[in-house]
Design a protein around this ligand. Structure first.
Ligand SMILES: N[C@@H](CCC(=O)N[C@@H](CS)C(=O)NCC(=O)O)C(=O)O
Length: 217
């Protein structure tokens, strides 16, 4: 199984989940600027959209989209307890994955990332959503360790996306439960390992692309 990823991108959620589940995989880095892997292959032949994550299974099946891949990992290795088993719990998990993917990842953070080519108006429009989206999340996470009653793939996605705030005008200090959540989750071994590894790769990628900017998400 291969995970196509770019350092510190949303694909880190799958790396965290695989580490948490103790599942072996091959990690194939995609340069977000050139869309090439280390061996020079064009990643767009794997995903024509050029977007990570992509999970390629041993039988050659290619999976894309964070929410789908994360649920695949959780359901393929149920002993990892990365997702609930009951209908309501599964629905709550999907609710969070959709919220993170649409309201936070694409709707809020994407246009604000340094490498985004979103026009100023789009940045301003996104920033206006920060208050409602993050205050909602702040209320949901106050007094809770995780989004659900235990660590799940949704937490792997959320800690990845909230981590991008440092390169945006969003200061998490305004939402103390979110700040504490990120700090707490980053101490989890799977998160700490993924973050340390990808941070190093990210710095190399910046040097390689010769531009001090974060990726376009
Ligand atoms: N809808 C996709 C979006 C994935 C996505 O935005 N990936 C970003 C990294 S966080 C990416 O590959 N960006 C490269 C680009 O936009 O060219 C999903 O949820 O998986």
């Amino acid at each position: 199984m291969k995970l196509y990823f770019s350092p510190l991108a949303c694909s880190m959620a799958t790396r965290i989940s695989l580490y948490d589940a103790g599942v072996e995989a091959t990690y194939v880095e995609v340069n977000p600027k050139t869309k090439r892997t280390h061996d020079g292959s064009d990643f767009r032949e794997i995903n024509p959209l050029g977007l990570v994550p992509v999970l390629e299974l041993d039988d050659g099946a290619v999976l894309s989209e964070n929410a789908a891949i994360l649920q695949y990992v959780a359901e393929r290795w149920p002993e990892s307890n990365l997702a609930p088993n009951d209908l309501l719990g599964k629905t709550r998990l999907r609710q969070w994955l959709c919220f993170i993917g649409t309201e936070l990842h694409k709707g809020l953070f994407l246009p604000l990332l340094p490498a985004s080519n979103a026009p100023e108006g789009a940045k301003e429009f996104s920033l206006q959503k920060a208050e409602s989206r993050l205050s909602f999340l702040e209320r949901e996470l106050t007094g809770k360790e995780f989004l659900l009653d235990r660590f799940s793939v949704a937490d792997a996605y959320l800690v990845t996306v909230l981590g991008w705030s440092v390169v945006t005008p969003i200061a998490l200090e305004k939402w103390p439960a979110l700040k504490a959540y990120v700090e707490r989750l980053r101490k989890r071994p799977s998160v700490a390992k993924a973050l340390a590894e990808e941070f190093d790769l990210y710095q190399k990628e910046i040097r390689q692309n010769a531009e001090p900017a974060a990726r376009t998400a």
